[in-house]
Design a protein around this ligand. Sequence first.
Ligand SMILES: NC(=O)c1ccc[n+]([C@@H]2O[C@H](COP(=O)([O-])OP(=O)(O)OC[C@H]3O[C@@H](n4cnc5c(N)ncnc54)[C@H](OP(=O)(O)O)[C@@H]3O)[C@@H](O)[C@H]2O)c1
Length: 140
Amino acid sequence: MYSKELFKGEVILVTGGRTGIGYGIAELFIELGGLVIITSRDKSNLEKSSKNLSNNGECHYRVCDIRKTETIEDLINWIDKKFGKLDVLINNAGGQFPAPAEVMSQKGWAAVINNNLNGTFNMSHSCANKFFIPQSPKGT
Ligand SMILES: NC(=O)c1ccc[n+]([C@@H]2O[C@H](COP(=O)([O-])OP(=O)(O)OC[C@H]3O[C@@H](n4cnc5c(N)ncnc54)[C@H](OP(=O)(O)O)[C@@H]3O)[C@@H](O)[C@H]2O)c1
């Protein structure tokens, strides 16, 4: 349906791309010609996923915890040095656990908010400032 070269020349970052939905998204971008970077906290399984994804195109991996700004900084600098740009950010990393609200602890609530909300903000903020705003035609 789509051209196999739709994302040719584009650099795509999929957080949490070693498993599940993120893996599927990475797979599709690769199928459509994109250069994909997957990230997560688990280096050995990340490497395995990246190796599998590389069977159909170009996939790279980097360990990054979206809750930790220093690991995001490291990832951003690595992308800049290696590829010189970023075209697409897929904020997929995150998670939650099913529990009735009345039994959820403050600690559990804070952990989910920190990962899903703060983590997504951290990634968006860093990628926008380093890549998307400077790369946009008007620098906005
Ligand atoms: N499946 C659903 O029905 C559903 C519904 C609503 C929303 N979602 C959301 O959709 C996303 C993908 O879901 P999924 O079902 O594919 O889940 P999944 O298989 O558990 O994938 C989540 C990925 O995020 C990574 N991750 C989690 N916390 C991270 C952190 N702090 N820093 C970096 N990576 C982190 C995990 O890798 P590591 O553990 O190696 O770090 C994992 O690869 C999640 O954000 C989930 O909350 C899913």
